[in-house]
Design a protein around this ligand. Sequence first.
Ligand code: PBG
Length: 326
Amino acid sequence: MTRPRRPRRLRQDGVRGLVSETELEPSDLIAPVFVDATVDERRPIESMPGHERVPVDEAVDRAEELLATGIESVILFGIPTSKDDRGSRAWAEDGVVQEATRRITAATDAYVITDVCLCEYTDHGHCGVLEDRAEEDPDVTVRNDETLDLLARTAVSHADAGADMVAPSSMTDGMVGAIRDGLDEAGHEHVPVMSYAVKYESAFYGPFRDAADGAPAFGDRRHYQMDPANRREAMREAALDVEEGADALMVKPALSYLDVVRDVREEFDHPVAAYNVSGEYAMVHAAAEKGWLGLEGAALESLLSIKRAGADLILTYFAEDVADAL
Ligand code: PBG
C-alpha cells in the first residue's frame, strides 16, 4: 500500500520559515515620492490613498519618514512650476527634482533615483518633442531622435544635483545610450542607469497621471510604449538597453506582466526591477475600502509574487506600509 504523500508537513508553523523560497525585505523596495514645486503644503493624492504630493521644503522630511521604515531608496517624480512644448523645466538646474535631490542627498542617507522623462514637464503631456502633425494624426506623436538630447540633458542635470541613479521612463529608442554618453561626458561615469526597458502602454497608469499631472492632452502613448500583447518583443527591448549600457532593467507594470519579469530574469543577469504601478496600488485600496479584501495581506502577496517571479527590486507605493509591517 502506498503511503499518502504529505507536503503539508512543511507547512507547520515551526518549519514554514525554514522552507520559504522567497524573502521580501525593506531593502528590496523603492518608494516613489512626488515632489511638487507648485504647493507649499502636502496635498493628498486622491486616487492613491496614503500618498501626497510634497513641497520641495518637505522632501527631506518625506525621505526621512521612509528611511525610518527600513527602506533605503526613493525614486523622485517632479511636478514643475511651469510647462512648455519641450519640457524645459525637466533639465533646469533649479528644477523641482534637481532641488529635491540636492536636499535629500545632502541631509540623508537615502539612495536617490530620479525618473527621467518629459511628460510631467511638457504642456502636451507626451514623453518627448511633438511631431508637427501630432494633434491631427493619431499615428504620429513624438520625435524620437530629437528627444534623446533632452533626456540626456535631464539625466545629467539630475546627476549634477547629486542623483545616485537615473531611471529613464520615456521608451524613446536609444535613450539609454544617449543618457550613458551624456553622463560619461559630464564626468558622471559612476551613476548607473536603471532603464524602464520593458514598459507597456498600460491602463494601470491612470492614478499616476493624476498624481504627477502627466496625462497626454491628446492621443495616447501606444507608439512609444509597448503593446501589452507582446512578450518576445520585451526581450528585444531589454537586449537593446543592455547593449546601450543599462545597469539594471525594469519591467512595468508588474502584476499583469509577471511572465515578462520571469523572462527578463532568465535571459539577463542584470538586476531586474519591477514597477508595481499606481493602478495596481489603487485597485487593492479601493477593494479594501469596500471591505472586499484585506489591505495588508493583498499588498504583501502582491509584492511577494513579484519577487517570486524574479524581480530583485520592486518600485511600489506599498513600500512604506509593507516595510513597516516587515
Ligand atoms: C513617466 C512615468 C509614468 C509612470 C512612471 N513614469 C507614466 C506614464 O508612462 O504614463 C507610471 C507609474 C505608475 O503608474 O505608477 N513616463
